[in-house]
Design a protein around this ligand. Structure first.
Ligand code: T3D
Length: 263
């Protein structure tokens, strides 16, 4: 089971990663975490990969932690959560944030608990109209993890973040889009096609600039204006040295489509 719990396919510059335990709504075991880290590392080191698409197999995106996997066989009770947070969820969220290429998430169904927050850690989130987001932690006596307590107030404000986290209610994809929790919600039938189109478009864009845009916007959440202006100066100088900047300006002046190489 754990062997194929993560699928990885690389096509046209896009690494498509699929969470693949559909019978358990793609909830995470420790083995699955290890496979996902391997897939992300493979995407990061493959120079042909210029965008990542993350989605789920079956009717759900991800139901968070596999609650059967947390039970200690010796006691029959849930074990300590520190280990899996420190060794699995926290490194995963860091990887998604730090990978210097865009990560598109196609939320194909319910995204609950850490599953919701893994989706929200991606750069551009597109959801099927039938999908939903549930901060399910409180229902089992836990608090939002996998970065939920960080992103929720920043994306939708404190009032909505508190209510979602404290009530554990289901938020439908259309409301998630309206609130600014996600980028877009699309009809179920076109989700994968739309998400692939988006990822493939990003894979043809100036990758270095995209990576630095991601880094700058993340940095802005903790910076004052002066610090952020310094980040912009540094990042713009890096972009100005790139092939893609030369190409972008050249193409504009020559009234043709730019052919970005990603460096
Ligand atoms: O160690 C730690 O715990 C720390 C880490 C915490 C991170 C977290 O993510 S905590 C939050 C964990 N997730 C949840 O609490 C969500 C639990 N799941 C649900 O509440 C519901 O399944 C959903 C609302 C997501 C979907 O409901 P529904 O009715 O569409 O589906 P279902 O029938 O409940 O689930 C379908 C199957 O998936 C079912 O298996 P079965 O009975 O057909 O063999 C169900 O048991 C399984 N499943 C769903 N979620 C999980 C799961 N199995 C294990 N763990 C799950 N999280």
């Amino acid at each position: 089971m754990s062997q194929n719990s993560i699928l990885l396919e690389i096509n046209h510059g896009v690494a498509e990663i699929t969470l693949n335990r559909p019978d358990k709504l793609n909830s995470f075991t420790r083995a699955m975490h290890a496979r996902l880290r391997e897939a992300l590392a493979a995407a990061r080191t493959d120079p042909s990969v210029r965008a990542i698409l993350l989605t789920g197999a079956g009717r759900g995106f991800c139901a968070g932690q596999d609650l059967a996997d947390v039970v200690d066989p010796a006691t029959g009770k849930p074990g300590k959560v520190n280990k899996t947070l420190a060794e699995d969820y926290n490194p995963l969220i860091h990887m998604l944030q730090e990978i210097p290429i865009p990560v598109v998430c196609a939320v194909n169904g319910v995204a609950a608990g850490a599953g919701a927050n893994i989706a929200l850690a991606c750069d551009i989130v597109v959801a099927a109209r039938s999908a939903s987001f549930i901060q399910a932690f409180v229902k089992i006596g836990l608090v939002p993890d996998a970065g939920g307590s960080y992103v929720l107030p920043r994306l939708i404000g404190l009032a909505r973040a508190k209510a979602l986290a404290m009530l554990g209610d289901k938020l439908d994809a259309e409301t998630a889009e309206r609130w600014g929790l996600i980028w877009r919600c699309v009809d179920d039938a076109v989700l994968l096609a739309e998400a692939r189109k988006l990822a493939q478009h990003l894979a043809t864009q100036p990758t270095k600039a995209l990576g630095l845009i991601k880094q700058a916007l993340h940095a802005s959440l903790g910076n004052d204006l002066a610090a952020q202006l310094a980040v912009e100066l540094d990042h713009q100088s890096q972009c100005a040295d790139s092939h893609d900047y030369q190409e972008g300006v050249g193409a504009f002046l020559e009234k043709r489509k730019p052919a970005f190489k990603g460096h």
